[in-house]
Ligand binder design. Structure first.
Ligand SMILES: Cc1ncc(COP(=O)(O)O)c(C=O)c1O
Length: 427
């Protein structure tokens, strides 16, 4: 099929899809850090299908596990235990911080978060949940209500009992303060939020350690410790949504929340844990899991093929110490981007951890620049580099390559980014 025919069929037969770029790219092949379009052109992929292809496209170790599993046993549902699902659950209990031990598998991050909130409500016997402004947690009615971006909600917030705390968006501090003299005012505000907008008895707080769709908003040191202290004081559980931040993405640690030393009561993930095979995952402590009695089922949750893909992916991440690689490569990328920020004032903020780096584009006086962001995205595409976009104002470029990239990839990306910045800058 020709590119134009594929695009025409997409618009005729699909709905709810939005593509990047004025002329959408049709991808036909992936190999390592490269994607190839329908004209055979190669692109250095620094967004990995939204932080999902964590160890490169069509990785042979993952594909081998998938092929073997498809040829052996494809689906039985949760009515029967299988080898890959118990192997994966055991591995996850060992990888996660604190006392997290019991897993429930689904098919997406949305379902993982649905499961987490339900668990917290069942365990505490309470209903109200605190989420954060600028958060994204998925596309079900509950997940859209937790999400705090008008454009990602379709209709009013359907689920009651969700309150949104201030996010630690230091570049645009909601209190007009500066870290560290702010004394973490945004975190402390959570106490007043609970006292004034809830019954005082909350089931949980749900937090992305670094807000993904929100534009890689990265809280300062101490922030989540304060949030946890307040939520615990009011009897709520701490849910870490690691859908984007998990699996070494933020460098050094396996999970983003470990940068703040928090041991969550419930953790969720999806995306990068199976390198592109559909999976959702919720893990909790034995006591919280114990509270969940009665019938529930996810037909495809924990299916042998996705769990085999996850086992293959996590083996590579561990064996190749990719959390460390993300820290080192992320450091090089961050240094390069901060250097460019000195030359290009339209780069208002460069933030993040590991290989999760946001570049916020602004006009004068920090006015969001979605126009420059789109122009930059087109200019990088033209030069063969794929990046992501995000932020409430659509003015943040998200840089999130595979965890196993090399210094050569970093240099290539930085060169293209520099040329694209020069392209869109007003002389
Ligand atoms: C932090 C976070 N949570 C949850 C989700 C929802 O995951 P899914 O699209 O797999 O339902 C996303 C998706 O982008 C996400 O970024």
């Amino acid at each position: 099929m020709e590119r134009s025919e594929i695009i025409a069929k997409q618009s005729q037969y699909l709905f709810g899809v939005s593509n990047y770029y004025q002329e959408p790219l049709v991808m036909v092949r992936g190999d390592g850090q490269y994607l190839y379009d329908s004209d055979g052109r190669a692109y250095l992929d620094f967004f990995g299908g939204i932080l999902t292809v964590s160890i490169g496209h069509c990785h042979s170790a993952v594909n081998k596990r998938i092929h073997e599993q498809v040829d052996t046993l494809q689906h039985v549902s949760t009515l029967y235990p299988t080898i890959p699902v118990v192997e994966l659950a055991e591995k996850l209990a060992a990888m996660t911080p604190g006392r997290l031990q019991k897993s429930f598998f689904t098919n997406s991050g949305t379902e993982a978060n649905e499961t987490a909130v339900l668990l917290a409500q069942v365990y505490t016997g309470r209903h109200e949940v605190i989420a954060f402004r600028h958060a994204y947690h998925g596309r079900s009615q509950l997940a859209m209500s937790l999400t705090a971006h008008a454009p990602w909600r379709h209709g009013p917030t359907a689920i009651p009992g969700i309150k949104h705390a201030h996010s630690a968006y230091c570049y645009r501090c909601p209190f007009g303060l500066t870290y560290p003299s702010c004394d973490l005012r945004c975190a402390q505000d959570m106490e007043e939020l609970i006292q004034t907008t809830t019954s005082g008895e909350v089931a949980a707080v749900i937090a992305e350690p670094i807000q993904g769709v929100g534009g890689f908003i990265t809280p300062p040191p101490g922030y989540f410790q304060e949030v946890e202290r307040i939520v615990k004081q009011y009897g709520g559980l701490f849910i870490a949504d690691e859908v984007q931040t998990g699996w070494g993405r933020t460098g050094k640690y396996m999970f983003g929340i470990q940068h703040w030393g928090i041991e969550p009561d419930i953790m969720t993930s999806a995306k990068g844990m199976a390198n592109g095979a559909p999976i959702g995952w919720t893990i909790t402590t034995p006591e919280v899991a114990e509270a969940f009695q009665g019938l529930t089922i996810s037909t495809f949750g924990g299916n042998p093929v996705s769990t085999a893909a996850a086992l293959g992916t996590l083996d590579v991440i561990e064996e190749e110490n990719l959390a460390h690689n993300a820290e080192v490569m992320g450091g090089q990328l961050m240094d390069g981007l901060r250097e460019l920020q000195r030359t290009y004032p339209l780069l208002g903020d460069v933030r993040g951890k590991g290989l999760m780096i946001g570049m916020e584009f602004v006009h004068e006086k920090k006015r969001p620049a979605p126009d420059l962001t789109v122009a930059f995205l087109e200019a990088t595409k033209k030069r063969g580099l794929l990046l992501g976009k995000g932020g409430l104002y659509g003015n943040v470029i998200r840089v999130a390559p595979g965890l196993n990239i090399t210094a050569v990839d970093v240099t290539e990306a930085l060169t293209i980014i520099q040329e694209a910045l020069a392209d869109i800058s007003v002389p």
